[in-house]
Structure formats: structure tokens, C-alpha cells
Design a protein around this ligand. Sequence first.
Ligand SMILES: [Zn+2]
Ligand SMILES: [Zn+2]
Length: 118
Amino acid sequence: MIKRLSLLLIAVLLIAVIADARSSQWSRVRNAYIAEHNECAACGRTSDLQIHHIRPFNKFPELELDTGNLITLCVSGCNCHLSIGHGGNFKYYNENVVEDCKYFRRLVENRLPNRGEQ
Ligand SMILES: [Zn+2]
Ligand SMILES: [Zn+2]
């Protein structure tokens, strides 16, 4: 029982260490970025936002805190983070995310009502 508990404790500590692999600066950079870029770059949503790394953190760790590598995307409604940032699967990333967000933004801005008086 004690052995099991200590194994659990080690696992919890390991998870904490892995989670901390992100820079200690990340939450500060993230909060400053989202304060300035407070809408989804694709659909314009202003709630349920996440900061996406244009070039993914695990492949380009040196770009983790580079604000030129960040873009704000939503995680509900259109879920642009999953669809446009990752092509529908978080195992992948979209290297054209910036252009595709601009394209989608144009679609949203130019959409027409399909109900009621026109
Ligand atoms: Zn969105
Ligand atoms: Zn992402």
C-alpha cells in the first residue's frame, strides 16, 4: 500500500516536472499576448480563446516565447484552434495557419444572412 502510494507520488511529481518543461515565462507572455490579441484571428470570437504556436512548441522550442510565432484562436463555436490551427487533429499542424485565418476571416466578414428579409 505504501509502495503504491509512493509510486503514485513519484508519478505526480514527474507530471509536474514535465508540465514545467514550458518556460516559466510562458504564462506572462501568454497573458500579455492575449490582452492585445483578444479575438480569434479566424472567426473573431472573443471568448474561449487559446494561444496557438504557429510553429509547434515541441518542434521549435526556441520559438515558444516569440510573439511572432503566436496567434489567438478559439476553442468553441468554430473551434478554429483545432480546425484551422491543426487541420482537425492536434497531432498535426497547419503551416499556413496565418493565411488560412485571413481567408476565413474574410468569409465571416462577407457572409450573408440566409433567413428573414434580405
Ligand atoms: Zn475562431
Ligand atoms: Zn495549437
